[in-house]
Design a binder for this molecule. Structure first.
Ligand code: HMG
Length: 405
């Protein structure tokens, strides 16, 4: 990638790149894909655990109106791990799938970064557990990245920056975002649970180039945290919603900069967000629109046209924390023509956030990685409320009461 190319702003990259008057009108309007050798996502692998739960079953168990979970929160299903399966297993299988699809020589991998908030040790990084499982050792910089749900994004950006800096000496990076998101039984967050892993080989931008420009915003808060030694997070629900919305507003403001807001927002065909639950994303998109002075109808139209369609997989996976945004990005890239621009907004409690653009590469159209998640959806077993309660070691009184009502 040339320096001039990498330093173009998102709007410059998607507009005005075809000055040759001999080009046909169609050619002039075709979006331009990543340049030869541009750094980006060369391969994607996804893995989900083999169990699922429809949130309506959870509602039955908890004696709650199912509409609260489906309409109020926008949730559909959640992915769940059976006893004995965890983040390391999910991460390792996603990595295997990404490496196989990449087709490169694994000895070319010089960096392994795992973004997660499901650490299994305070000292030994998750990457060491994963590397052991996939047999990756040697001249590899291997580490774990933590910043709540933002950790996967940080790992990916670091890998891209490592490659762009020249420090990689032409080698590829393996980046994995993986988590198991469980709340205490009966916690308000329970319907938003989920699990999954998305792995990327960062090399040439066959699937997508990632912009150099990115727009971060952080503001320390206790909106969601998990003290050392505790199994489940503590959450200040209303504060977490507020932090997420503020983060989105600040990142979008920076992204827009001095440009006319509407033009800047339209420069991406789709906007992917971190998805703790789909309604959160709608709230944030409407908040951003409102902060730009748009009418309620305009905000809703923006959400429907540019955002709503990016969360199909998330609705069936639940909140997979670090992997959640990247499930949305992976789904959104499937079938995209080379050169199509999409945006990604990452949020992690605590809080940190970042927004940047991606440009679809030539292999996005094929969307080969969709087969991973389709296969996992198809083969997973959906639990009944009773089976879920048993899995969590609960007695089924609540469900019995709900059934009797
Ligand atoms: P709650 O307090 O039980 O729910 O938990 P509620 O009473 O606020 O209701 C939720 C929505 O359902 C409301 O809609 C209700 O009106 C509606 P809204 O007014 O907000 O549009 N509702 C109904 N709709 C239809 N029919 C009904 C009905 N009843 C109610 N019968 C809460 C909600 C989000 C607090 C909870 O799920 C929670 O604690 N979740 C975890 C925290 C979270 O996800 N926060 C999001 C931002 S922070 C983030 O994204 C980071 C995170 O991913 C972690 C990380 O970074 O690592 C979480």
């Amino acid at each position: 990638m040339t320096k001039a190319h990498s330093q173009r702003s998102p709007s410059q990259r998607s507009h005005g790149q075809h000055s040759d008057s001999s080009q046909s009108k169609a050619q002039r309007h075709a979006p331009k894909g990543p340049a030869d050798g541009e750094v980006g996502i060369a391969s994607i692998g996804i893995h989900l655990p083999p169990l699922g739960l429809d949130v309506r079953e959870l509602a039955r168990l908890r004696g709650v109106d199912p509409n609260k979970f489906t309409l109020g929160l926008g949730c559909g299903e959640m992915a769940l791990c059976p006893e004995g399966l965890g983040t390391v297993d999910l991460a390792a299988e996603a990595a295997r799938r990404a490496i196989e699809r990449w087709g490169g020589d694994p000895s070319r991998i010089g960096l392994l970064a795992v973004g997660s908030e499901s650490a299994v040790d305070m000292s030994r990084p998750l990457s060491a557990f994963v590397a052991e499982k996939i047999g990756l050792r040697g001249a590899v910089r291997s580490y774990e990245v933590k910043h709540a749900c933002y950790g996967g994004t940080l790992a990916l950006r670091q890998a891209v920056e490592w490659k762009r800096s020249g420090a990689s000496r032409g080698r590829a990076a393996l980046v994995i975002a993986a988590d198991v998101a469980l709340y205490a039984p009966q916690d308000p967050g329970e319907p938003t649970q989920g699990a999954g892993a998305v792995a990327f080989v960062v090399d040439d931008a066959r699937i997508a180039a990632i912009d150099v420009d990115s727009f971060a915003w952080s503001d320390p808060a206790f909106d969601f945290w998990r003290p050392v030694g505790e199994s489940f997070p503590r959450v200040d629900g209303p504060l977490s919603l507020d932090c997420y919305k503020r983060a989105a507003e600040q990142c979008f403001r920076q992204w827009i900069g001095e440009r006319p807001a509407r033009q800047a927002m339209q420069s991406a065909e789709a906007w992917c967000f971190h998805v703790p639950f789909p309604k959160m994303v709608k709230k944030a998109a409407l908040h951003v629109a409102d902060s730009l002075g748009w009418s309620e109808d305009e905000g809703k139209e923006f959400f429907e046209r540019k955002v709503a369609g990016t969360m199909g997989w998330n609705r069936r996976v639940g909140n997979s924390y670090t992997a959640s945004l990247w499930m949305s990005v992976a789904e959104t890239l499937v079938g995209k023509e080379s050169g199509t621009r999409i945006g990604a907004f990452s949020y992690g409690s605590g809080f940190g956030s970042e927004l940047f653009g991606l440009t679809a590469g030539p292999e996005a159209a094929e969307g080969a990685w969709a087969e991973d998640i389709e296969k996992d959806f198809e083969s997973r077993s959906m639990l009944t409320a009773e089976q879920y309660a048993e899995q969590r070691g609960e007695v089924m009184e609540a469900a019995d009461e709900a059934d009797a009502a």
